[in-house]
Design a protein around this ligand. Structure first.
Ligand code: PMP
Length: 282
């Protein structure tokens, strides 16, 4: 197994982090998770663009061109002989004597990346998952894919403790997103999902879903929806890089619709698979 540290691919065991790395001390950095199907990265360009955007929004300038990072990730995937899984990549502001304010000029950001095998979650895709509701206690820049994930972690842990796959977060009456996914409802054939603003992470999977909806004349409304609308929905599903299009069949122990994955969700799953096939050839 190998890892990327800055512009080198090294043995995984040799990859070490300084104890004063600002990512380690402050969560001062951003990350991406990219799906690998058939040894190829899915929507890598979109992930790289978001990586750059997230980094810029906290004042980190990535010291390498996106094309060069992409090439290194491809090399890493090949060296690790990864066929089906993910690439995890992060950048921190670098190592410097601990002080909240950014360190002076010459601190070098630290990029790390590694691969992990991960199967397609077939059982969840087929049968759907159980979820809970939880108040969204996160900060107001959820559009940045920050390493600071305490709010998300606490939400996910609460779900796990109740035997659930995901926590659906809400700010008061407004549903925002899952702890590590975007959330959608379907009402009378229309797909409704939170607009991409500062309160949610703009999922790359979400963008693919919106694209296939547009191409297949499935009506979409990108707007805030309420807990009441969630409770009355015909179908509910979530999306993420690792979870693809996963039906939600239970929320707080109550069945969604009929209690099994609905027709629009299934249609979107099929269209999503097609996108993977088109890009990665599986
Ligand atoms: N929202 C949050 C909070 C997430 O952590 C994720 C997973 N990265 C998503 C949404 C979905 O984003 P993507 O489709 O790019 O994986």
């Amino acid at each position: 197994k190998y890892a990327i540290v800055n512009d080198h691919i090294i043995n995984r065991e040799e990859a070490k982090v300084d104890i004063e790395d600002r990512g380690y001390q402050f969560g001062d950095g951003v990350y991406e998770v990219i799906r690998v199907y058939n040894g190829k990265m899915f929507t890598v360009k979109e992930h790289m663009e978001r990586f750059v955007r997230s980094a810029e929004s906290i004042g980190i300038k990535i010291p390498y061109a996106s094309e060069n990072i992409t090439k290194m990730l491809e090399d890493l995937i090949e060296k690790d002989n990864l066929k089906l899984g993910i690439v995890y990549m992060q950048i921190t502001r670098g190592a410097a004597p601990r002080n909240h304010a950014f360190p002076a000029g010459d601190v070098v950001p630290v990029i790390t990346a590694y691969t992990k095998e991960m199967p397609i979650p077939e059982a969840n895709l087929q049968s759907g998952v159980k979820t809970i509701l939880t108040e969204d206690i996160r900060w107001l820049r959820c559009d940045i894919k920050s390493l600071n994930l305490l709010g998300n972690i606490l939400a996910k842990q609460k779900a796990a403790e109740q035997g659930c796959y995901e926590a659906i977060q809400h700010r008061g009456q407004d549903v925002t997103e899952g702890s590590s996914s975007n959330v959608y409802i379907v009402k009378n054939g229309t797909v409704i999902t939170h607009e991409s603003n500062n309160l949610i992470l703009k999922g790359i999977t979400k963008d693919v879903i919106l694209k296939v909806c547009a191409e297949n004349e499935i009506p979409v409304e990108e707007r805030t929806f309420s807990l009441e609308e969630l409770a009355q929905a015909d179908e509910v599903f979530l999306s993420s890089t690792t979870s693809e299009v996963t039906p939600i069949v239970v929320i707080d122990e109550k069945k969604v619709g009929t209690g099994s994955p609905g027709p629009i969700t299934k249609k979107l799953q099929a269209l999503f698979k097609q996108e993977i096939e088109n890009q990665c050839g599986i």
